[in-house]
Design a protein around this ligand. Structure first.
Ligand code: GRF
Length: 198
């Protein structure tokens, strides 16, 4: 008699944490519409009025707007995670530190993207435009992206993926930002998907 073994893998539920524009969040949401591995179940935003809120809702994803005090409240956040069945937390332009109880709950399932080639241009104050401005001022010949696991220390944690892009001496911070965004959109969703499938 022939035996058929059917393995049904449950899709993982991703929560994206974002604070601002959310162009990466939008790319990730769209990417996971086509995925068998995971889907975006929730966007958490700590800033009322941030563009990521409308952008995500327009793409059909639930959004919870939760301020800093709420994000740091274990009872509230664990309730949210349970309600949406969250398996993986993905930071995409999230400007607060992730509290320890979230890191303990999700261990190696909290990912971040940083818009430089860490450890260069990382650490406190190095976010958004500040990073690209510092890269231009240092006369760097390249910049790039780093996807890493999140720990309690800013921009540290195991690096999962890096990609670089050449810069020209005439590039402004705006130009660098645009080049780096292109890399982010191309790679971040796929790196997340690979990690979710492991
Ligand atoms: C991205 O460059 C990301 O690397 C950094 O913050 C920026 C967010 O941009 N962590 P957006 O909100 O996704 O447009």
């Amino acid at each position: 008699m022939e035996m058929h073994l059917i393995c049904i893998m449950q899709k993982k539920n991703i929560a994206i944490f974002a604070s601002g524009n959310g162009s990466n969040a939008g790319q990730i949401i769209k990417h996971f519409r086509e995925s068998d591995v995971a889907e975006v179940a929730l966007v958490v935003c700590n800033r009322a009025g941030a563009a990521v809120i409308d952008r995500s809702r327009a793409l059909g994803v639930a959004v919870e707007v939760i301020d800093r005090a709420g994000i740091n409240n274990p009872e509230l956040m664990n309730g949210v995670f349970d309600r949406y069945g969250i398996d993986v937390v993905v930071l995409a332009g999230f400007l607060l530190m992730v509290p320890d109880f979230i890191l303990e709950r999700y261990h190696d399932n909290v990912l971040n993207i940083h818009p430089s080639l860490l450890p260069r241009f990382g650490g406190k104050g190095m976010y958004g435009r500040n990073v690209h401005q510092a890269v231009v001022e240092a006369g760097e010949k390249e910049s790039g992206i780093t996807v890493h696991l999140v720990t309690g220390r800013c921009d540290e944690g195991r690096i999962l993926f890096q990609a670089s892009v050449p810069l020209s001496p005439s590039d402004t911070a705006d130009d660098v930002e645009q080049k780096v965004h292109e890399l982010e959109y191309r790679h971040y969703p796929e790196v997340i998907e690979k990690w979710c499938g492991m």
